[in-house]
Design a protein around this ligand. Structure first.
Ligand code: FAD
Ligand code: SF4
Length: 453
């Protein structure tokens, strides 16, 4: 897919990728072999009907293509941009064995963008079968998928969101240059038109409880509160000024538009030498955001090697093209500050890879005596997030699992409380947009089956 030039795109927050042209989409759809075994579908967490929508694109019937996409995917313009297709459907595409797989993600995005531009999303109508009331807590990809599935069955659906705008991580975490807010808003507007009601600024567990929701007459409650609590390493000096969690850093800039301060009321200070700790999508987003905020030098510090980086390869490449420098096999030991309490450097030590650990990845271990000082006036900790714990703490009888307190669900995604379902990151731990959607879809189908009994 064509992209803007690095030297241009690094100056603003506009989208980097440009989407497929009509002819490119047609070309890709034509390459699809319409395989009888359809390994691409089996690899997709929502079971997207890939060969069928490819056939519709090939026939240049984009209205039909959109109809097919929506059968399994309720927010395709979002997932088409950020889903790790290269390790899901595209990895399993038979053409990948002999060369390039069909560009499935890019074609999905092409169809979804066509639908948004041409008003096709306005034609989606709610179903009329059920008259049950469903509360959805959290408006990330899991919550939005459940809301869309339930309203399509004719349920009355109300989404409660803690922040002042709905969308979850795809709104407040993933930057505009990867996923424009306009696209997220358009997908949400389409749900509103179908009758989904949104109430923002409601923290379930504080403003009201899960019990209040059942007492208010909701037949089912779905919890999709994600993993939005930052993790730190507990190193000396970690609370110095200008050491941010990636959450705070990205939320201030993306959601609260700190890049337009003082037009918008939230400032954020980004210095000239930025060190980002971590190597996932969050680290890539933080480093590329720091460049756009005017930093001269931005380094990604990671304790393993490039081969183990959890970020999407495409995003690592984009970051490098824009000037982010990768420092592999290093780990922070402590942070140093100036007399005013602001960070001025980080002591790094070299690492080497030892025997594989439980995850199968080689365990990094420090190289004795290798410590050195790396100057930095801004540090972003992008080492992952924990689940939001408020509902678990305020809902008696709700079973959790693991150290982190993930909500425990059975195979139907029902929790230990009857009628309370959960999916997405709050059940899986940090996962992906499409996994949040896939588990949300399964939870919604279980809720529908229960209602029909
Ligand atoms: P979330 O998206 O976290 O949404 C949960 C929502 O619930 C939030 O809006 C939150 O405010 C709300 N909430 C929380 N507690 C309450 C409460 N008590 N009451 C009411 N509302 C509440 N995945 C990819 O597939 N591709 C990527 O490129 C990618 N990049 C990422 C970049 C960043 C910076 C981050 C942080 C994550 C990224 N991910 C990516 C992961 C992906 O975004 C998540 O896996 C996905 O958003 C999880 O969806 P969810 O619906 O479970 O939760
Ligand atoms: Fe088409 Fe690839 Fe799926 Fe076969 S595996 S149907 S070629 S997308």
């Amino acid at each position: 897919m064509a992209k803007r030039k690095p030297e241009d795109r690094v100056k603003d927050f506009d989208e980097v990728t440009l989407g497929l042209s009509d002819e490119e989409a047609y070309y890709e759809a034509n390459r699809c072999l319409q395989c009888p075994k359809q390994s691409c579908i089996s690899a997709c967490p929502v079971g997207a009907l890939i060969p069928t929508f490819m056939k519709a694109v090939k026939e240049r019937d984009l209205a039909k293509a959109y109809q097919v996409v929506r059968q399994k995917n309720r927010i395709p313009a979002i997932s088409g941009r950020v889903c790790p297709q290269e390790s899901l459907c595209e990895e399993e595409c038979v053409l990948a064995r002999v060369g390039q797989p069909v560009a499935i993600g890019a074609v999905e995005r092409y169809i979804a963008d066509y639908a948004l531009k041409n008003g096709l999303t306005k034609e989606v109508r709610p179903g009329e079968e059920e008259r049950k009331k469903v509360a959805v807590v959290g408006s990330g990809p899991a919550g939005l998928t459940v809301a869309a599935e339930m309203v399509a069955k004719g349920c009355e659906v109300k989404v409660f969101e803690a922040l002042h705008r709905p969308g979850g991580v795809v709104l407040y975490g993933i930057p505009e240059f990867r996923l424009p807010k306009k696209i997220v808003e358009q997908e949400i507007d389409s749900l509103k038109r179908q009758g989904v009601e949104f109430e923002n600024g409601v923290i379930v567990g504080r403003t009201l409880t899960v019990k209040d929701l059942f007492d208010d007459g909701f037949d089912s409650v779905f919890v999709g509160t994600g993993a939005g609590s930052p993790k730190f390493m507990g190193l000396p000096g970690e609370s110095l000024n200008y050491i941010y969690s990636s959450n705070e850093f990205l939320t201030r800039i993306n959601l609260l538009k700190a890049y337009s301060f003082p037009t918008y009321g939230t400032p954020v200070k980004v210095g000239q030498k930025v060190v980002v700790i971590g190597a996932g999508n969050t680290a890539m987003d933080s480093s590329r955001t720091a460049l756009r905020m005017g930093a001269d030098e931005v380094y990604i510090v990671y304790r393993r090697t490039r081969a183990e980086m959890p970020a999407r390869k495409e995003e690592v490449l984009n970051a490098e093209e824009e000037g982010v420098q990768l420092m592999m096999l290093y780990s922070p030991v402590r942070f140093m500050g100036d007399e005013g309490g602001s960070v001025k450097g980080v002591e790094l030590q070299s690492m080497e890879l030892g025997e594989p650990d439980a995850s199968g990845r080689r365990r990094p271990k420090p190289v004795e005596g290798s410590g050195f000082l790396k100057e930095a006036d801004t540090v972003v900790m992008a080492i992952g997030n924990r689940v939001n714990p408020i509902i678990q703490m305020t809902t008696p009888g709700l079973a959790t699992t693991g150290e982190e307190g993930l909500i425990k669900v059975d195979e139907t995604y029902e929790s230990s409380i009857k009628g309370l379902y959960a999916a997405g990151d709050v059940v899986l731990g940090e996962a992906t947009v499409i996994e949040a959607m896939g588990t949300g879809q399964k939870a919604a189908l279980s809720m529908q089956r229960k209602m029909a009994q």
